[in-house]
Design a protein around this ligand. Sequence first.
Ligand code: DC
Length: 227
Amino acid sequence: MTNVYNIAIDGPAGAGKSTIARAVAEKLNFVYVDTGAMYRAMALHFLRNGISASDEADISLAAGNANVTLSYENGVQQVILNGENVSGLIRSEEVGTMASAVSVHLMVREKLVELQKELASRENVIMDGRDIGTCVLPDADLKIYLTASSQVRAKRRYSELKEKGQECSLEEIEQDIIRRDYQDMNREHSPLKQAEDAVLLDSSDMTAKEVIDRILMLFKDKLKERS
Ligand code: DC
C-alpha cells in the first residue's frame, strides 16, 4: 500500500470537473492536476507548428519535440511547454478542439500519462481528465465520474463566455460539446468512460457546493475503509 492518496475525476467537457477538483484539492490540501491542460499544451505546440491532427507520422515526430511539464505558483497549476509558461494561451475553443483531436494518438497519450502517473506516485493528488480512473490511476482511492446533461453543460459554458463579454451562440456551444463528447468517448485509446468502480455524479441538478460536499464525504468514507 502506498502512503499517498489519489482521487480521480473523469467526465465529459464542461461537467465542472476543474472547478470541483480545485475546490476539493483546497479543502484536502492535495495537489490539483488538470490533465486536460497538458493535452491543450501539446495541441498548442502542434497548432504553432502547422501540424494536422490527422497526420499520425507528423504528430509522433512533433510530440517527441514537445516537453510538457507542470509547476505550481501559489498552489495554482502552470503548464510549461518547452520552457515557456503557456497557461494563459490554452483556454480557447480552438486549442480545446485540437486537444480533443490530437489526444486520439497513442504517442501523445503515452507521453503525458507517464508524467501524470509519476506525479501521482509522489504526492496526494486529485487529478481530472477523461482516462484517469480507467488508465492513469486504476488504483485511485476514490474515483468519480462527473457528468451533466449536454444542455446544462452548454448553458454553463454560455454564461461563462457571456460574463467575459464574448459573443456566442448557445446552440453552437451545445453542438461543440456533443461533437467533443463523441470524439472523446469513441476513440480507440483510453476513451472516456466510467470506470467500473467509479461513483457516478450527475451535477445537472446539483450546485457546485453539493458536489464538493458529496466528494468530501465519499473520500472520508474511503479513508475509514483504508485505516
Ligand atoms: O478537459 P479539457 O477540455 O481541458 O480537455 C481537452 C481535451 O483533451 C479533451 O477533449 C480530450 C483530451 N483529454 C484526454 O484525452 N485525456 C485526459 N485525461 C484529459 C483531456
